[in-house]
Design a protein around this ligand. Sequence first.
Ligand SMILES: Cc1cc2nc3c(=O)[nH]c(=O)nc-3n(C[C@H](O)[C@H](O)[C@H](O)COP(=O)(O)OP(=O)(O)OC[C@H]3O[C@@H](n4cnc5c(N)ncnc54)[C@H](O)[C@@H]3O)c2cc1C
Length: 389
Amino acid sequence: MTINKVLIVGAGIGGLAAAAALGQRGVEVDVVEIRETATVLGVGINQPGNSLRALRELGVLDEVLAAGFTFDGNDYRDADDERIVLVPSSLGQDDVPANCGLTRKDLHAILLKAAESAGATIQYGAEVADFSEDADGVDATFSNGENGRYDLVVAFDGIRSPMRRRVLGQELVPSYTGSAVWRKQVPRPASVTRTMLWQGEGVKGGVIPLSETHMYMLLVTVEPSDVRHPEQDLAPLLKQRLSGFKGLLGDIRDSLDEDPDGIVYSPLVEMNVPLPWHRGRVIVLGDAVHAAVPHLTQGAAMAVEDAVVLADELQRDRPLEESLQVIEQLRHPRTELVFQASHGILAQEQTITAETLPFAIDGMRAHLAEQTAHVEAVLNQPFRALQHQ
Ligand SMILES: Cc1cc2nc3c(=O)[nH]c(=O)nc-3n(C[C@H](O)[C@H](O)[C@H](O)COP(=O)(O)OP(=O)(O)OC[C@H]3O[C@@H](n4cnc5c(N)ncnc54)[C@H](O)[C@@H]3O)c2cc1C
C-alpha cells in the first residue's frame, strides 16, 4: 500500500530523523512537538559508527563530523588514574569513524535542518489530543485545535511516551534503575582524545570529547530513589561524589567551586517493551519502546536506525500491517541487544564494593575488550534489509 502522509509525534532525535528520511522519499510529514520551541536539553552525545551510518543515509554525516570530535575507543582507568585497559572500538571501520561526540544542541540543529529541508512541517507546543482510525487512515486532533488525516502515525515521543500508554498499554511505564548520572560540559584538555572512564566503588566517572574545545564529564552513582536536587545543591553534591577520584576527574571536582553551573542530574530510567510496537496504523519507536541506560551510548543510534528502517520499509509494495511487522522484526534484535548489554553493565557496576573492586578491575582487564568486540560485531552488521544495502 502507498503511504503518502505521516504524522510524527515528537521532534526529538528519532522524530526528526524519521521526518527527514520519510520526507526525502516524497512522503508528506507533519510533526507535533510538545515543547514550545525547538530547544533541546542535555549536554553532549556520542554517535557510534552504526549511528553515523544511519546519519549518512539522511545526508547529514559530513555536518555531524564537522560539528563533533571523532575518536577510536575507550580508555578505562581506576580511581587513582592508573590505566586498566585501553579498548579500541571496532565500530565504523573503513567507511565511517568509530565514534563522534558532539553537543546535543548541534545534533538537534542538524537533524532539524534535514527534516525541514525534506519538507516536514513542525508544530511546537502541540500534542495529540485525540485520534481515531478507520480502514483507510487515522484522523488526529491536536491540543492547539488543528487536525489532520494520515495514512500512518509514528510516535517518537520519548521514554515517558503518552502515545505508548495509549496505544500499547497503560501499564507500560519506565522503571528507575537505582542509579543516576551527573553531567557537565567542561573544557577539553589536549590529552583527552577518546572516551575515558574511571571505575570506583559503585561509582563510574568519565569524559567524552565533543569538539576541539569541549568535552562532557559524566558520573554514574547509586542513588536511593528517583529524586531531584535543587540546582544550588548540585555542585556540592557532585563534588562529594567525586571525592575518591584522582587525575582529571579530581581536577574537574576541584574546578566546581569556581564553575558550579550547568550540571545536569538525571535519574537513569529504562524501558523495554516487547513486540508488537504497533496497533493498527500507529507505531511507537525510539526511547518510547526501547530506552536503554546510556552505557553503550547507543540510545540515539537505535532511534536513528529505527527512522531509516521505517522509511525504507514503508516504500515496499505490500500491506501496511506486513511492513510494520517487518520493521519490528528488523529492529527488535538490535534494540534488545543494546538494552540487555547496557542493563548488564550498570547492574554489575552497582554491586562493586571496596572488597570486590580489585576483582572487578581484574575482570575488566581480562574480559572487557572481548565483551565489547562481541557487542560491536553485531552492531557493525548492516541494520537495513539486504535489498537496501
Ligand atoms: C544521560 C544520558 C546520556 C545519553 N547519551 C547518549 C549517547 O551518548 N549516545 C546516544 O546515542 N544516546 C544517548 N542517550 C540516549 C538518547 O538521548 C535517546 O536514546 C534518544 O534521545 C532517543 O530519541 P527519541 O526520539 O526516541 O526520544 P527523544 O530524543 O527523547 O525525543 C522525544 C521527543 O518527544 C517529545 N514529546 C514528549 N511527549 C510528547 C507529546 N505528548 N507530544 C508531542 N511530543 C512529545 C519530547 O519533547 C521530545 O522532543 C543518552 C541518554 C541519557 C539519559
